[in-house]
Design a protein around this ligand. Structure first.
Ligand code: DHB
Length: 500
């Protein structure tokens, strides 16, 4: 085994190792009471030049019965773009479910915007400008995705020794973790990461994956502010801003049409998806999600903007006389027939329309919007830095701008180095460029009332992948807030189908 006893901060050299006989038998009871027996291989360092020994290793869990052909479910627990230690599987989330389904589960640790080490003499010697005893931020962009790519390469490197099939890795993550899953899926083998991975001592292997599951991915950070204001500028939550922020809302919103048009997207039916039909497309996607939920029995209230066909079919159809069957007068109508929250009776089977302004006001009533700008918020004397400003900061712990718009407000321009980091952290950067192996299968979910990023961000991403010929299962999941690892029956049915 590779020695795990590194002094913190030391630039340790070593070789990658995996010992198939070093597993520890264990078991866990998952959500439905099933006991799953597995073998755990933990603290497997995936680079030889370990900079941050708290994070740069992965854990592997092999359920009894797994073979060399068993798909691997790789879950990242990155959240908020922060560091994420290699974890154990959780009984109630997708990792417990994956074990129960017999998949090999891999949980890598990753450095993040808040991870630090204290430099020792050796580290200071090999890092220009760093002094002995200095605090060093280890996980600024693009290091989190580098760690995950190194983890994938490690799995390939030991594919023959380790149960599980490294050619069928399914990645999963939520929010910033959804972004990491999206990056793993969309940047496979891209040469722009190669030198950085080599310097870390990652295995000289491919790092593409088979499928990526992305819940509410916080991606395309350099365009997320404009999408946010374009979508939400008219909502109640954006009224009452001071003049400075009102002006920024307007200016950012005005940048979105040119951006979305530059993507040259096509809807699934082949027709162009452009700024002038974009809101209608979002409407159709929300209606599609709500109809799926309604078909499964959910009550979709008309009070938040939906219209329905006027009559229900079947034996419990509401009579045209506008109310109850004669024998029901004075009684409570049965459950499914009761008036909805909005007062009007919901009788129709089909959703026919949606008042988007009403709907967006509903979304922002469930949770107030972020500030303006929502992501690249750091403006001297106006706004504080966001977590994303830290992501693009450097090893000293700085916060920096990553969009032209906000940089200009600070009378600054983005350096080439920052631009490159922004590029390496955006899964949109390399789709279709020919030097990248993009995962063939995608499962992307964004809650229909998630306001952590605006709907166009996941919609653009899913559409771009579809346009590139990938198999994409996308939904603005009805009534879901910013969250992940839900509808696991459906997710694992999808995984079973793509891996059978
Ligand atoms: C996450 C949420 C955010 O709103 C954001 O800007 C970045 C990350 C998260 O939950 O991971």
């Amino acid at each position: 085994m590779f020695c795990a006893c590194l002094s913190v901060g030391a630039m340790a050299q070593g070789t990658l190792a995996f010992d198939a006989n070093a597993g520890v038998k264990s078991k866990m009871t998952v959500y439905d009471g099933t006991e799953v027996n597995y073998t755990a291989y933990e603290r497997l360092f995936y680079v030889t030049n370990v900079e941050d020994s708290t994070y740069q290793f992965l854990n592997v869990y092999v359920p009894d019965g797994a073979t060399q052909q068993t798909p691997i479910f790789l879950r990242t627990y990155v959240g908020g773009y922060m560091a994420s230690p290699a974890a154990h599987p959780q009984a109630g989330d997708a990792t417990g479910r994956a074990l129960k389904e017999g998949y090999v589960v891999v949980i890598p640790g990753t450095r993040g915007r808040n991870s630090t080490i204290v430099a020792d003499k050796q580290y200071a010697k090999t890092h220009k400008g760093v002094k002995n005893g200095q605090t060093v931020y280890t996980g600024r962009a693009p290091n989190a995705i580098l760690d995950l790519k190194a983890a994938i390469r490690y799995l390939r490197h030991f594919d023959r020794q380790m149960p599980g099939d490294a050619e069928r890795i399914v990645t999963d993550g939520t929010s910033a973790g959804g972004a990491m899953s999206a990056l793993m899926g969309a940047t496979g083998n891209n040469p722009e990461y190669a030198e950085l991975l080599k310097a870390m001592g990652a295995a000289a292997e491919r790092d593409d994956v088979f499928a990526s599951v992305c819940y509410c991915p916080i991606i395309d950070l350099e365009h997320a502010d404009m999408a946010y204001e374009w979508l939400f500028q008219q909502t109640d939550s954006r009224q009452g801003l001071d003049d400075t922020h009102k002006q920024m809302t307007k200016e950012l919103a005005a940048l979105f049409p040119a951006y979305v048009n530059s993507l040259n997207l096509r809807k699934p039916d082949g027709t162009p998806l452009r700024a002038d039909n974009y809101l209608d497309y979002l409407k159709s996607e929300i209606i599609r999600a709500a109809q799926i939920a309604k078909n499964a029995g959910a009550d979709i209230p008309d009070s938040i903007g939906f219209s329905f066909t006027s009559e229900a079919g079947g034996m419990f159809a509401a009579p045209i006389n506008g109310g109850m069957r004669p024998q029901m007068q004075g009684e409570q109508p049965p459950m499914g027939m009761r008036p909805m929250r909005g007062g009007k009776r919901q009788v129709g089977e089909y959703i026919t329309d949606l008042d988007m302004q009403k709907y967006l006001n509903y979304v922002v009533s469930t949770q107030a919007l972020k500030g303006v700008p929502a992501f690249d918020s750091k403006i001297e004397g106006v706004n504080n830095a966001s977590g994303e400003n830290e992501v693009f900061g450097d090893a000293t712990g700085s916060s920096v701008n990553f969009t032209d718009y906000t940089a200009q407000r600070n009378n600054a321009t983005l350096t080439d180095a920052i631009r490159q980091n922004v590029r390496l952290m955006n899964p949109m950067s390399f789709i279709g460029n020919g030097k990248t192996t993009v995962a063939p299968h995608w499962y992307i979910r964004h809650g229909a009332r998630d306001r952590d990023t605006a709907f166009p961000i996941p919609v653009n991403f899913a559409t771009m992948l579809q346009n590139a010929g990938k198999d994409v299962n996308f939904l603005l999941a009805w009534n879901r807030p910013h969250s992940g690892d839900y509808a696991l029956d459906e997710l694992f049915q999808w995984i079973a189908e793509i891996t059978k």
